[in-house]
Design a binder for this molecule. Sequence first.
Ligand code: SF4
Length: 363
Amino acid sequence: MRMLSEFRQSKLVAGMARSISRHATKEARFMEFCGGHTVAILKSGIRQLLPPTLKLTSGPGCPVCVTDNADLDKAIALARLPNVILASFGDMLRVPGSSSSLQEARAAGSDVRIVYSPLDALELARANPEKPVIFLAIGFETTAPGVAASVLQASQEGLKNYYILSLHKLCPPITKVLLDSGEVNLQGLICPGHVSAIIGSRPWQFIARDYGIPCVVSGFEPLDILQCVDMLAQQVAKGESRVEIAYRRSVTPEGNLTAIRVMEQVFQPAPAYWRGVGRVADSGLLLKPEFKHFDAELNFEFDPGPTKTQKGCICGDILRGVKTPHQCSLFRRVCTPLSPVGPCMVSSEGSCAAYYHYGGSDD
Ligand code: SF4
């Protein structure tokens, strides 16, 4: 096992930066899909290492950020039901919905618990058999297999009080929508490492084939990302478009077949609503009919109320890669990590939080 420090050695980083400069003979803009990459890029100063010909743009890869207000409102309404325990990842609590947040619901008396995995939520259900426990299932293909496994486990144990609100999102379909919109002009895609560890690199092939855009799956260490950028720059220089992997210690072309099997056993593709984009066909996951008794939306009566968006917040534009946090009039002045207006400032993988903490130019 190679140590992480190997991927941060300054000599290797400097060598890779020189290699990129040699290969970046043509102007190009690459999008890092994943919020984890955005954070790593800003935190480690990768943008400053790149030649002026190369620009990086942040994409929609933050599951907290892309969760639409209408969906968050459903979670808040469910949390307000009497006797219910709503289990959620911590980042979601502070995200403002249309008129409230899970944190505010908790302050008003709702039983909202922070969990670190769906298995924690399952444990809550076992420990509280007299209460319905609803897991707020957000995330991309990375988290969906774990949620699917929790549903299978609950089914096997005969748990009658475990439910999920499935707000999962799938990455390749939204990428297609972004490219089809024509709003962003990309010459390369830095494909998400954790998502690709599950789905493999093959689901990105349509981008290279149909759009002529090079794709490289990247890890999250500075050297991983620089190697990815170098591989993209080489493809651009040669006029090629292929899918490559710069994260071979975790990603294969076919992905994690066991995880995919579990996910497909429990879920089926369905439309999903993305912040800033709207409804995208087959970009979400719904429980299959045989697991509908675990579906919180179908098993509770609740009223999420009218959907509103935060005035002045441009998270949607940032998630589509057409604006940067600096272009939001609220950034730093009104919206800060202590007093966030939108999800991109709340989430640890949000662009606005990353720009706030580590700086970031508009290039
Ligand atoms: Fe929204 Fe705040 Fe980011 Fe502006 S700075 S886009 S208000 S999260």
